[in-house]
Design a protein around this ligand. Structure first.
Ligand SMILES: Cc1ncc(COP(=O)(O)O)c(C=O)c1O
Length: 447
């Protein structure tokens, strides 16, 4: 076995591809046609064969400040040399307390109690358990139902998968959390090539009233939605939709959870949360990805004072919220988070999203006349470009575009036949132009 010291970090020489069972990957295809990155800096990855690839997806929607940011890597190095690990069960160390304070200051007013996880999936499941614990602490134990949304994505753990609305994720794993129901998704075929939020709510949120009437408000613990659904292809909500969900949940004593794993940290506008950009405050926000600029795995669940105090003050003596992870508030992740938040602040990166959004919108909608493009939607520094599926081969056209783009030096992301784009917030106007130009060529080549 190679010792770490003997590893050439930027080389793929002599690599055995057989042992790593890759996530969400066609393993057989990849291992026959490997596409490997060996390093990254700012807006670019470098491939194993030495090519530069422009990152139009912030990795997996997560490298919001761009790659290889020295302030963050330096903080990780330093923290590792001081405290490699410190338990946070019944003991503590300063870094997660510092990070929680910084994070609380960036959240919508009233949301300032922070629970740390290691991923978006863990954040989703933590938030759902928090909602159940809240009602339990209030003596409202009949509130066990969780309402998600079709085409929602809340990660891969059982709770998130159950409230999520992706058939492929759910059908394979028959066992689901019991008592879950779903709202309709927010993407209507009637509205195509919409710039920004869709017009009018169209009664979509009011469907929640029907679910409340069906199940009884006294059985529903929480509603969880992404403010903008990302992983299922950038589904931008209608105007007023999130506020209507807020009004209905409040009316019935149901908690509202925004899954901001993608939409957090400046992705949709000049704020740390989409909640603030859209002016709607939920009871709980889930975060991950951009929290550490993706350098060290970390997620967070930020609860309102009311949710926190109800659980903490309303529980019998002892552990109030019987939940946690070995690595909740890990020193390296906390250090990375502190450095990432400082960088976002110092470089005004969230404001950059708002400043660049019109340029981005123009560039993306300029692809409307490309072959097979049937819809384009955008918000902040996010865009979804939907292609017509090939007969009997859903996803094949977009996957071909993905491979062609990679070979042409552009990293895009595809989900079904939708190309989802979300560049780091440091992207320049020239690079936005380059993304659009490269994509135009790729779309013309992809029959
Ligand atoms: C909205 C949302 N929630 C949860 C997750 C899961 O995050 P992770 O892959 O870190 O578990 C994702 C991942 O893309 C996501 O987009």
């Amino acid at each position: 076995m190679a010792s770490a010291a003997a590893i050439d970090w930027a080389s793929a020489e002599g690599l055995d591809l057989s042992h790593f069972w890759m996530p969400f990957t066609n393993n057989r295809f990849f291992k026959a046609n490997p596409r490997l990155f060996v390093s990254a800096k700012d807006m670019h990855f470098t491939t194993a064969d030495g090519r530069q690839v422009l990152d139009a997806t912030s990795g997996l929607w997560c490298v919001n400040a761009g790659h290889g940011r020295e302030a963050i890597t330096e903080a990780i190095r330093e923290a590792a040399g001081v405290l490699d690990f410190g338990p946070t069960f019944q003991l503590g160390h300063p870094l997660p307390f510092r990070l929680a304070s910084e994070l609380a200051a960036m959240m919508p007013a009233g949301l300032d109690r922070v629970f740390f996880t290691n991923s978006g999936s863990e954040s989703a499941d933590t938030a759902l358990k928090m909602a159940l614990a809240y009602h339990h602490a209030k003596g409202d134990s009949t509130r066990f139902r969780l309402i998600g949304r079709q085409r929602g994505y809340h990660g891969t753990n059982f709770g998130g998968m159950s409230v999520g609305g992706i058939g492929g994720n759910r059908r394979r794993y028959v066992s689901q959390v019991w008592g879950v129901d779903h709202l309709a998704h927010t993407h209507g075929d009637a509205v195509r090539f919409q710039r920004g939020l869709q017009p009018g709510n169209g009664g979509l949120a009011e469907e929640l009233e029907e679910l409340v009437a069906l199940h009884g408000p006294e059985t529903i613990a929480a509603v969880i939605v992404e403010p903008v659904a990302g992983s299922t292809g950038v589904l931008v909500p209608p105007q007023g939709y999130l506020q209507a969900l807020r009004d209905i949940t409040r009316k019935h004593g149901i908690l509202l959870i925004f899954d901001e794993v993608i939409t957090g940290f400046g992705r949709v506008g000049d704020a740390a949360t989409a909640a603030e950009v859209f002016g709607v405050t939920p009871d709980i926000v889930t975060l991950a990805k951009g929290l550490t600029n993706a350098t060290v795995p970390m997620g967070a669940v930020v609860a309102s004072r009311e949710v926190h105090d109800t659980i903490v003050n309303g529980s019998p003596a002892g552990i109030e919220f019987f939940h946690g992870y070995t690595y909740s508030g890990h020193p390296l992740a906390s250090a990375a988070g502190l450095a990432a938040l400082a960088l976002y602040r110092q470089e005004g990166l969230f404001a950059r999203t708002t400043a660049l959004a019109p340029v981005w919108e123009e560039a993306m909608h300029g692809l409307r006349d490309c072959p097979n493009v049937i819809d384009i939607r955008n918000v902040g520094l996010v865009a979804g470009i939907e292609l017509a599926p090939r007969d009997g081969a859903i996803g094949a056209r977009a996957m071909e575009a993905f491979h062609r783009a990679f070979d042409a030096g552009l990293l895009i992301r595809v989900t079904g036949d939708i190309i989802a784009l979300s560049p780091p917030l440091i992207v320049s106007e020239a690079q936005i132009g380059e993304i659009a130009d490269k994509l135009r060529t790729v779309l013309h080549e992809t029959a």
